[in-house]
Design a protein around this ligand. Structure first.
Ligand code: PNW
Length: 541
């Protein structure tokens, strides 16, 4: 039977997919070209903080090997690449009065221009955990609201200024850009009459237009990666930089009962201020979208007991609602207010006006599903305990190298549905991935046959397709974590998340079976049409 376009529903042709990385995990070259130190440089040097005492000095050497990396991305045929900018390469000392480093700007310009030449959309994260050490030393970094909000907003401005003009490169870009420029200069002459509302409407129109350009290579901006990890792992559990905690065996300083909540609040405000700046001064000219990305795994009650059912929602409130509720709905979750009382900082009315609506999409990093039981005193999990063992003793899925990760595609689909129903924003899956058990100890040829990772991605890709086509969830992007094996933070280099194997002796890259699987899957499952509704009826003949 000839098949002219299968009847199987596909993803829209605008669907973005690609691989993700983060600056500190891949770049290395930490002391060249004027880069300042970040909190991870110092933290990883404290004995006992990372597995085998490893650090990011070399990582995957991507600062030097960026051309090779871009060629491999092109070979993979991805549509978009998610990477992060190292704040301390752009402003080595971090602050608003500190000098900008042209070498840092040049490095990311090379990457952005290289991607655009290959027709790959840059998806940029401004902050993926590598705070300039100087800001931490000077005034306490994320703990100091007034300073950090201003410094993060300034750093964002430098990035919007330096990298945001690339919309001009899209095929219809020059025309679109010309029309925009003319309209804006006309309006600014009439600025008395032109209300903010009218400018916003106009920006929206341009945005719709540019969004629907065929694979328009505009920059997509993320302010922050995973505020829960920044706050809880950095200032509560003390296992990530800067390593603060009340546990004196772990850290000489810190207060896990108050600091994580202050840091989370300040991260939200810094994000919101950067977004406001972008929308006010850059969006009209640069187009594109801006948002935040949150980590959060699906939570399923261990059994039907009312307290365990409640614990699943408390887990979601803590992991996701803490940030998503204020940003998309305008308030902190009631459960958190009740649990934390006066320890949860409050937003002023003016702050809330900035925070609510400050993300154009829902940026979703997710890895697994936890079965939750009520109990325990862990505030950071919403007083819930997690397990992968069902009441009948079976495991939820395939175990990864990390204790916290098992495969469970139904949970991925359920979480997509939950987020769409609750926040009603298009979803960009900005991270999803699997570390194969003991991969680091395997000979190369076995490591390249990463069948557990293929199983993970196959399950989740099918779940994603079903969420789009059967459940009607608006999902616009999917970024497997990660392009390369890399520095897995406190777990050093033994945990490998890459779809590309990195030999750390030679820095040679080898595509794993999962890279080939994903490349083929997206080739087969991205359709020819913008939306399924617009597609002509396709029949199998
Ligand atoms: C994410 N957990 O972090 C990060 O964005 C990446 O940089 C990282 O490499 C990746 O996931 C894999 O770990 C997480 O403990 C770190 O649940 C820890 C957890 C979740 C996400």
């Amino acid at each position: 039977m000839a098949d002219i376009g299968s009847t199987t529903p596909k993803l829209s042709k605008d669907f973005l997919w690609g691989f993700a990385t983060a600056s500190f995990q891949v770049e290395g070259s930490t002391d060249v070209d004027g880069r300042g130190k970040s909190i991870w440089d110092d933290f990883s040097r404290i004995p006992g903080k990372t597995l085998d005492g490893r650090n990011g000095d070399v990582a995957t050497d991507s600062y030097r090997l960026w051309r090779e990396d871009l060629s491999l991305l092109k070979e993979y045929g991805i549509k978009s690449y998610r990477f992060s900018i190292a704040w301390s390469r752009i402003i080595p000392l971090g602050g608003r009065l500190d000098p900008v480093n042209p070498k840092g700007i040049e490095f990311y310009n090379n990457i952005i221009n290289g991607l655009l030449e290959y027709g790959i959309t840059p998806f940029v994260t401004l902050y993926h955990w590598d705070l300039p050490q100087e800001l931490h030393d000077r005034y306490g970094g994320w703990l100091n609201k007034d300073e950090i909000v201003k410094d993060f907003t300034n750093y964002s401005r430098v990035c919007f200024e330096a990298f945001g003009d690339r919309v001009k490169y899209c095929p219809l870009g020059p025309t679109l850009w010309y029309i925009q420029t003319l309209t804006i200069s006309f309006l600014s002459r009439l600025s008395q009459e032109c209300t903010e509302q009218c400018l916003t409407k106009l920006a929206f129109l341009f945005d719709c237009f540019s969004y629907h350009l065929p694979s328009s290579p505009f920059l997509i901006r993320l302010t922050m990666n995973e505020p829960w990890c920044i706050s809880i792992l950095g200032y509560g559990r003390g296992v990530f930089a800067p390593g603060r905690s009340s546990d004196r065996l772990r850290s000489p300083e810190g207060d896990s009962t108050t600091e994580p909540w202050i840091v989370g609040h300040n991260v939200i405000l810094s994000h919101a201020n950067a977004v406001e700046l972008y929308r006010r001064d850059y969006k009209l000219l640069q187009g594109g979208v801006i948002g935040i990305t949150l980590n959060g795994d699906w939570a399923m009650p261990y059994d039907n007991s009312p307290e365990n059912v409640a614990s699943a929602q408390h887990t979601l409130d803590l992991a996701i609602g803490w940030f998503a509720d204020p940003i998309y709905l305008g308030y902190y979750p009631a459960y958190m207010k009740e649990m934390l009382g006066a320890r949860l900082p409050m937003f002023s009315d003016a702050e809330l006006a900035l925070v609510q609506g400050s993300s154009d999409f829902y940026g979703m990093n997710t890895y697994t599903t936890n079965l939750t039981k009520a109990g325990g005193d862990d505030e950071f999990q919403g007083h819930a305990e997690y397990t992968f063992t069902r009441p009948d003793g079976t495991q939820l899925g395939t175990q990864a190298h990390c204790a916290w990760l098992q495969t469970y595609p139904d949970g991925f689909r359920a979480l997509l549905n939950y987020l769409w129903a609750r926040y009603k924003k298009p979803i960009y899956v900005t991270e999803n991935g699997f570390a194969v058990k003991d991969e680091n100890a395997m000979p190369l040829d076995r490591a390249l046959q990463d069948s557990d990772r293929v199983e993970y991605f196959q399950g989740n890709c099918e779940a994603l397709l079903a969420a789009v086509n059967e459940d009607g969830v608006d999902i616009r992007a999917y970024f497997p974590w990660s392009f390369l094996d890399n520095f897995e933070w406190a777990d050093g280099y033994q945990t490998r998340f890459g779809v590309t194997y990195v030999d750390y002796e030679t820095q040679k890259r080898y595509p794993k079976a999962s890279a080939k699987f994903l490349t083929k899957w997206f080739k087969d499952n991205i359709g020819l049409f913008s939306t399924l509704n617009e597609a002509p009826i396709r029949k199998a003949v």
